[in-house]
Design a binder for this molecule. Structure first.
Ligand SMILES: [Zn+2]
Ligand SMILES: [Zn+2]
Length: 139
């Protein structure tokens, strides 16, 4: 997504599109790596003058609060951020740590017993070994 489009996207969602926010959203959308705040800071600090970890954390919190990013607690010790807010699950590889997206069938959602509830978040994650790491193990 181009930066002008990201600027509009942030504005439409009630977020003032300052440069640091545009850069962080652009990173999440283009990398699709389910980054931690630490990863984002490490990758962008050379590119954005004066970027602090606090700014990264605050920006991510704002994105989550406004519903344009999800905070994933696949592991209890770290949050991963995803700009794809559509219905999907995550597979985390125990060896390489990579997180893969997979499609979720809508029927997996609890549509009967939670009729009168508002669902704000869901987490569906699986851990295992990805095909690349499995191959390395067998070699
Ligand atoms: Zn792997
Ligand atoms: Zn995802």
């Amino acid at each position: 997504m181009q930066e002008t489009k990201i600027r509009d996207y942030l504005s439409e969602n009630g977020i003032s599109p300052v440069r640091k926010r545009i850069k962080i959203m652009s990173y999440l959308i283009s990398k699709r790596n389910h980054a931690t705040a630490e990863m984002i800071y490490a990758d962008l600090s050379s590119e954005i003058a004066g970027l602090s970890k606090t700014t990264v954390y605050n920006t991510l919190n704002l994105f989550v609060q406004e519903g344009i990013a999800r905070a994933l607690n696949i592991d209890s010790n770290e949050l991963r951020y995803d700009a794809d807010t559509s219905l999907h699950g995550h597979f985390k590889c125990n060896d390489c740590g990579k997180i893969y997206d997979f499609a979720l069938n809508k029927t997996i959602m609890p549509d009967i017993s939670l009729n009168n509830f508002r669902l704000d978040d869901y987490q569906f994650s699986i851990k295992g070994l990805c095909p690349i790491c499995l191959k390395l193990k067998k070699a």
